[in-house]
Design a protein around this ligand. Structure first.
Ligand SMILES: Nc1ncnc2c1ncn2[C@@H]1O[C@H](COP(=O)(O)OP(=O)(O)OP(=O)(O)O)[C@@H](O)[C@H]1O
Ligand SMILES: [Mg+2]
Length: 221
């Protein structure tokens, strides 16, 4: 089943010189897809993930999400779409600094439009990611790897259909990076789709479809 389709997507940044990191890319993401994107630093991998996730408007082309053309959605509708459907694991950890780890996870759950918050589920997710003892800590009181696992918890609890993971193993030691990839395998086996960016072949080997981004073009490898 198609989750997201990109049709002829181009992105032009015009700050001083023009940069075109994404050139006429067409690409389909289906339920159960586990997709890796590799490419040199500065080629446009994060740009592409943000376009797929509706955080950044393409300069041209269209994005179809579960059959609906979301390209020209107004910000309110886009925010609702992202909250309901998209899980972002950003390259740099994003958490609300004024809230505890547990409150961040509860906020994320509310953002998905689902107000049925089960304390049991929240505890389970925190425990699986080894941050249960940090539940009442603020983000700045956690280590880099603990913060990244807390961000993963905020995505897990929301149960999105598409997860966009930008270098998700950053800050993690081998044990936790392997745990995160085993979670990803479990999620795709349940019909979610995951698109992740990595610089490391160990992790791209988990993918069932591998792509390389270079000069604005996405090539299957
Ligand atoms: N908001 C922006 N305005 C102008 N240029 C931008 C903007 N965001 C990114 N760029 C430029 O677009 C290019 C692609 O950036 P992007 O962050 O997508 O690369 P990347 O492949 O994710 O790199 P890395 O592997 O280092 O994370 C870079 O040259 C960057 O400077
Ligand atoms: Mg990047």
């Amino acid at each position: 089943m198609s989750i997201c389709e990109l049709k002829n997507i181009t992105k032009i940044y015009s700050v001083g010189e023009q940069i075109i990191p994404v050139k006429n890319i067409s690409f389909e993401i289906n339920s159960g897809d586990f997709i890796s994107i590799q490419g040199d630093s500065g080629t446009g991998k994060s740009t592409l993930l943000m376009i797929i996730g509706g955080l950044l408007k393409p300069s041209s082309g269209s994005i179809i999400y579960q059959g609906k053309d979301i390209t020209n959605y107004k910000e309110d509708n886009l925010a609702e779409h992202r909250g309901k459907n998209i899980g972002f694991l950003f390259q740099n950890v994003q958490l609300c600094e004024a809230l505890t780890i547990e409150q961040n996870i509860i906020l994320a759950k509310k953002y998905s439009g689902n107000n049925e918050i089960s304390q049991e589920d929240i505890q389970f997710v925190m425990n699986e990611l080894g941050i249960l003892d940090k539940r009442n800590f603020l983000p700045h009181q956690l280590s880099g790897g603990q913060k990244r696992r807390a961000m993963i918890a905020t995505t897990w609890i929301r149960n999105p259909s598409l997860i966009l993971a930008d270098e998700p193993t950053n800050d993690l030691d081998h044990h936790w990076a392997t745990k995160v990839f085993s979670l990803f395998c479990d999620w795709v086996s349940k019909g979610k789709a995951i698109v992740f960016v990595t610089h490391n072949d160990d992790w791209s080997n988990y993918a069932t479809k591998k792509f390389h981004l270079n000069n604005g073009a996405l090539t299957k490898i």
